[in-house]
Write a protein that binds this ligand. Structure first.
Ligand code: ADP
Ligand code: GN1
Ligand code: MG
Length: 362
């Protein structure tokens, strides 16, 4: 992570009361730069989560911030009056300009959120209860945004979950082989290229467009330290029109296996059926009332196709020379692609059982 930003100057551009004390890199996201920042306001310490938007990836950071403003204001109105409402929705601090973002002299766009304390995110699931809570929170998020007033949100990354496009991007990366890595990724490439047929299934199923989160990995929900509740959905950069199953699929990808996303020992990748069951129960508890029959039918399949899609993206990025996801070691994106593809294999084998399970939940 880049750490050579002047966080004191950056945060001074926001309406934060008091004096800057300290800032430190925070979290394990692959895209933005996040910092935990402390201020002292007349002897009272307050904490903020400050982020630089990766504008190489999000090419319209201001349009993105306008999405986030609309979404957080809408959600805040919905949860107002609930106990602990201030911790249930991300809340932006305005900049001194009055806008919800700050552009620094180098052209970086920044935002500042109130820090939600007493909760944390998990890279690897610890219990079925956590899986249930995460899925319930993401389902609730979709439910609360179902009546977001027009116009539609900006597509912050066009075609983000368009799996056939992701497949074509891998084919292009392979044809270019820009850094000469294709030969050593032959097995993974063969695995990917053999599965083109699954890339269009969700698109051809007549599913409704909804407001979806689109990046529902487990570590994008904060779990309350005391109650264990999935208290707040975070990382709102990709909230935009999408399919409900993109969200359920990515929950499956990041929650059913006890192995980290970049685990090198593939024997540790597993499909824990109790985690899948908890996800399905949690998601149906909050989203069950609006899902169509076709969406329900494809719940189990969605995990397989979204895991495949993210695997395609990691593999393409490996071939392109690691230009998109942050990497922390050589071959990191290839390792990530391998764990995704191993999980795809397991999801293929278990699809009938998973489908039966969803059916049994009514
Ligand atoms: P990225 O896009 O890089 O994944 P996130 O928005 O997910 O960035 O933030 C990175 C991490 O910071 C999250 O996993 C979470 O642990 C933490 N985080 C984000 N926003 C808040 C917040 N408002 N309060 C507390 N922690 C937060
Ligand atoms: C990225 O921002 P972060 O780390 O939550 C990526 C997701 C991938 C995920 C894989 C904007 O999410 O699409 O599924 O990494 N976000 C973007 O871990 O590309
Ligand atoms: Mg994140």
């Amino acid at each position: 992570m880049t750490t050579n930003y002047d966080l004191s100057a950056v945060t001074h551009a926001f309406q934060i009361p008091g004096q800057f004390v300290t800032a430190a890199p925070y979290g394990s996201g692959h895209i933005n730069d996040s910092f935990s920042v402390e201020y002292d306001d007349a002897g009272r310490r307050a904490r903020y989560l400050v982020q630089r938007i990766n504008h190489r990836i999000f090419t319209d950071p201001i349009g993105l911030m306008q999405n986030i403003e609309r979404v957080t204001v809408h959600l805040a109105a919905k949860v107002a009056g609930q106990p602990d409402s201030g911790r249930r929705v991300l809340s932006l601090l305005p900049a001194r300009t009055g806008l919800a973002w700050h552009v620094d002299a180098d052209g970086n766009t920044w935002r500042a959120y109130h820090f939600i304390s007493g909760a944390r995110s998990y890279d690897v699931v610890e219990s079925p209860e956590q899986a249930f809570q995460a899925a319930r929170a993401f389902g609730q998020f979709q439910s609360l945004l179902a009546d977001l007033p027009a116009p539609p949100l900006l597509e912050t990354i066009p075609g983000f979950h368009h799996t056939p496009t992701r497949f074509a991007q891998l084919e292009r990366a392979l044809a270019a082989d820009a850094v000469g890595r294709a030969a050593s990724a032959r097995r993974e490439l063969d695995f990917a290229l053999a599965r083109r047929s699954i890339t269009s299934v969700l698109l051809e199923a007549g599913l409704p467009s909804r407001v979806t989160h689109n990046d529902t990995k487990l570590n994008n929900v904060l779990i309350d330290d005391t109650t264990g509740e999935g208290v707040c959905v975070i990382d709102l950069d990709t909230v935009m029109p999408g399919l409900a199953l993109y969200d359920f699929g990515d929950m499956v990808r990041t929650t059913v296996s006890p192995a980290a996303e970049d685990e090198r020992d593939l024997s540790r990748v597993a499909l824990q059926m109790p985690m899948f069951e908890a996800l399905a129960r949690g998601y149906l508890a909050s989203a069950g009332s609006f899902l169509t029959a076709a969406e329900r039918q494809l719940l189990a399949f969605s995990g397989r196709v979204i895991t495949f899609e993210i695997g395609l993206r990691f593999l393409a990025d490996h071939l392109n020379g690691d230009t998109y996801f942050k990497v922390h070691r050589e071959g990191h994106n290839l390792d990530r692609a391998r764990t995704q593809f191993r999980l795809v294999e397991l999801l293929e084998q278990e699809q009938p059982r998973m489908e039966k399970l969803v059916e049994s939940l009514g």
